[in-house]
Design a protein around this ligand. Structure first.
Ligand code: NDP
Ligand code: VSD
Length: 340
């Protein structure tokens, strides 16, 4: 008999005839410990999923940058309908509007917010909607436009946020909305200057949300598709054909629709606000390490991720073929022009 076998039979002999029940308390202890570990793990998983308490818009002070036109205007009207007091910030002067360029000088933005707080009380919700777009092929976009995009779309959201955040922290309440774009979830042909400025808002929002959560301040990023606004009409005047064709995938929304959903999400404290079925898929697909605000949202992301990636591959294939077809068409018409 090998020594291993001998040891085995001695052990089983000892266990079966002697005092195996002596192990019982240890086994029970192990089971209890396992339950405790599982419970703690579950708590950890569930804790970021606890939904925030909704903000009461009635009587709240809402500041909307870019509130003189398009989506911003509709967001302001939506909040007003729910009984909020509104401050509009833009460069044009209309209604109860404070005129300032949000992208130029922080001290100016700060004094404007101070003015608004003196008139209507502390800001409960800030909507960063001031923004603009530039489209064109990378090599055709003027170099200083890249800087301008970051100034208006990114810094123009940093400054007002910076100006309201201290008071919000002191009051341990508040909502900050950033208006990004579906072009801030995927980089698209023609948007080499615009897309990065919208992606940047997501990074800012994630970092800010982690800092602000214990102060009961909730951050929302809205990702609208093309929306029927004066800004969109302006953009369409010289948008590359590729950009137009690719964007058509996700259709055109009405600004009132976008405003309604975005305001609802901000009130609920949802981190992501998306529009339409494509918007829903894009947001689930690009959720990455962004905060979750409900158990359903977390579960939906887990379940749909692989399926949406599969669908996305087809979309990417169709975008590539749009770009290739446009290139071939352009080259053919150039060659035809030369022959004439
Ligand atoms: N329309 C669309 O297809 C989509 C738009 N978006 C985003 O939504 C936001 C609003 O777009 P939309 O409604 O179309 O735009 P509009 O051009 O219709 O309105 C833009 C608003 O921003 C203000 N604004 C622009 N630059 C500045 C600045 N430097 N300082 C202060 N205010 C400024 C404008 O006011 P004034 O000129 O008086 O300063 C105006 O109120 C933008 O951030 C845009 O990128 C996102 C996805 C799709
Ligand atoms: C499962 C995966 C689904 C993928 C769906 C992809 C849809 C892509 C459409 C992108 C549209 C971008 C619009 C940008 C609008 C904008 O910001 C400007 N108009 C601003 O003026």
């Amino acid at each position: 008999m090998s020594s291993e076998k001998a040891l085995g039979s001695a052990l089983s002999h000892w266990l079966s005839f002697n005092s195996w029940w002596l192990l019982l308390p240890f086994i029970m202890l192990l089971v209890v410990a396992a339950f405790i570990v599982a419970f703690v793990l579950l708590l950890y998983m569930i804790s970021p999923l606890i939904s925030p308490k909704p903000l009461k818009l009635n009587g709240a002070h809402v500041v909307v940058t870019g509130g003189s036109s398009g989506i911003g205007k509709c967001i302001a009207m939506e909040c007003y309908k729910h009984g909020a007091f509104i401050t509009l910030v833009a460069r044009d002067e209309v209604v109860l509007c404070i005129s300032v360029d949000v992208s130029k000088d922080y001290s100016q933005v700060e004094s404007v917010i101070k003015q608004a707080q003196e008139k209507l009380g502390p800001v409960d919700m800030l909507v960063n909607c001031a923004g603009t777009s530039i489209s064109g092929k990378f090599e055709e976009v003027e170099v200083d436009r890249f800087k301008k995009m970051m100034e208006v779309n990114y810094l123009g959201s940093v400054y007002p946020t910076r100006a309201v955040i201290t008071t919000m922290k002191e009051r341990r309440m508040g909502r900050i909305m950033f208006v990004s774009s579906q072009g801030g979830q995927i980089g698209l042909f023609g948007y080499t200057a615009y897309s990065p400025s919208k992606f940047a808002l997501r990074g800012l929002a994630e970092a800010l949300q982690m800092e602000m959560k214990p102060y009961n301040i909730y951050v929302t990023v809205a990702y609208p598709p093309d929306t029927d606004t004066p800004g969109f009409a302006e953009e369409n005047k010289n948008k590359p054909l590729e950009t137009r064709l690719i964007s058509e995938t996700s259709g055109v929304c009405q600004p009132e629709q976008v405003a309604k959903i975005a305001v609802k999400d901000a009130v609920q404290g949802n981190f992501t606000s998306s529009f339409g079925p494509d918007g829903y898929m894009l947001s689930a697909l690009t959720c990455g390490m962004s905060p979750v605000t409900s158990i359903t949202e977390g579960l939906q992301q887990i379940v749909t991720m692989g399926l949406f990636r599969t669908i996305a591959l087809f979309y990417l294939g169709s975008f590539d073929s749009i770009v290739r077809r446009c290139m071939i068409q352009r080259e053919q018409s150039k060659a035809a022009d030369k022959r004439e």
